[in-house]
Design a protein around this ligand. Structure first.
Ligand code: GLV
Ligand code: MN
Ligand code: MN
Ligand code: MN
Length: 427
């Protein structure tokens, strides 16, 4: 028996922005660094508390909650035709060290509020609607970005890799997951979902760039996500006493790292495109004493581009530089590991169209844009048609405590998300 189609009007989509803002503020208190900064690392105590908070909200919204073996959390609103592939939405709530309270969070709490909006309206979805909170979009703890969505989207390789993955404290992924209550994580194949498991996936997110705010545009409709890659490099030299070992006798692993960091910048700029970016976000020296020549150095390098080939060429040049620097300085290049080298993802036309018409119906200005940050959507695109909705954020700030999105902008994003979900759930 099919329910009659929804007869109400979407013009009155009303977001409970006070509650939503309170939730954003409350969630930000689950942090290992003081406000306004937020630090919430995978499977930490604070992460576990934050997960509980999300599951509770999902329950209060009447969603049926499921968790997989790595802690991806799913809250489902069963549609009138539950045999159809559901429409899903969601994001992450882990936060890199000393970051802000909106990255990812808006896409999880905003998704739950979008469900509330539709429920208050009396809307009944045909396809089930599902909110997903992905495990560890950020690579902070285990060096693997989008761990939950990457795995969920079918990365067999990752199921293997995680068997031997440890964090900086040498705690294994499996033990860390167990400590957080995920005791069934030995066989991760249960996490993998097949292509076609969802008819659509759409993620709400702050822009993390300045364009929407500068142009006073309410909504960004994402057409593509840039291709990220990350690399780990280790150099080793002899070290020694910083006074006694004279300059000609040194093979300083720290200087090799410094030289490579500058080479990264050079090769990125050589691409000639403003779209190519590279960052050495981690540079560690061992033993880290002013009177000891660095005997080991460790770099982590991120390279991104909307053009995958061009990005890969930069990676190749960085590798050649690492080899020549190690030779010239007499240090050993003990590791050059490409951790991930992901292709870009394109949004699905039908989802772009649904979001565009949602903006039009809600009288909100919008522009199509690419995402230069990566998101769980990059991986969801492997198993589902994908789309993203951006909202403006203050000066484009992200990954720092000053990250901010105005309540009105968050509300606009939730309304567009709700209406887009409604459209997708009936198609
Ligand atoms: C995600 O946090 C990114 O670095 O793009
Ligand atoms: Mn982030
Ligand atoms: Mn994010
Ligand atoms: Mn991100």
């Amino acid at each position: 028996i099919h329910e009659p189609p929804f007869q109400g009007s979407f013009s009155s989509l009303s977001v409970d922005i006070e509650s939503l803002q309170r939730q954003i503020d409350e969630l930000s208190t689950f942090s290992d660094t003081p406000a306004p900064s937020v630090t919430r690392v995978l499977y930490s105590e604070k992460d576990v508390l934050a997960r509980r908070y999300i599951k509770n909200l999902m329950g209060l919204s009447g969603l049926s909650v499921r968790e997989d073996a790595v802690g991806n959390i799913f809250g489902r609103w069963v549609g009138s035709e539950p045999e159809l592939a559901p429409v899903s939405t969601g994001s992450h709530i882990d936060a890199i060290p000393y970051s802000g309270k909106y990255d990812g969070v808006v896409g999880v709490l905003g998704a739950i509020e979008a469900i509330n909006v539709l429920k208050r309206l009396g809307f009944k979805p045909k396809r089930s609607l599902e909110v997903i909170m992905f495990t560890s979009e950020e690579p902070t703890r285990f060096g693997i970005s989008c761990l939950g969505s990457r795995l969920l989207a079918g990365s067999e390789e990752l199921t293997e890799l995680l068997k031997t993955t440890v964090d900086g404290q040498n705690i294994s992924f499996s033990d860390a997951a167990k400590l957080a209550g995920y005791t069934n994580n030995e066989d991760l194949s249960s996490v993998l979902l097949k292509k076609g498991s969802y008819s659509a996936f759409i993620e709400l997110h702050i822009e993390q760039g300045p364009i929407l705010e500068e142009e006073a545009t309410s909504i960004g409709v994402v057409t593509a996500i840039a291709a990220p890659a990350s690399i780990k490099v280790d150099f080793e030299g002899n070290g020694g006493h910083a006074g006694a070992v004279l300059m000609p006798k040194r093979n300083d692993a720290g200087l090799a790292a410094a030289e490579l960091a500058l080479a990264v910048e050079k090769h990125v700029l050589e691409s000639g495109s403003i779209d190519t970016v590279g960052t050495v976000g981690i540079l560690e020296l061992h033993p880290g004493a002013i009177n000891s020549i660095p005997s080991k150095s460790h770099l982590e390098i991120g390279i991104r581009d909307i053009d995958e080939k061009r990005r890969n060429l930069v990676i190749e040049k960085i590798y050649q530089s690492a080899l020549s620097i190690s030779k010239a300085r007499g240090v050993k290049l003990s590791e050059f590991k490409i951790v991930n080298q992901d292709p870009p993802a394109l949004s699905e036309d039908s989802i772009i169209k649904a979001s565009e018409s949602a903006c039009q119906e809600l009288n909100l200005s919008y522009k199509k844009m690419i995402s230069r940050a990566y998101h769980d959507s990059l991986f969801m695109a492997r198993i589902s048609p994908m789309g993203m909705i951006f909202i403006p954020c203050y000066k484009g700030y992200s990954h720092k405590p000053e990250e901010f999105a105005a309540p009105q902008d968050v509300a606009n994003g939730v309304r567009v998300l709700a209406l887009t979900l409604a459209k997708l759930s009936t198609s």
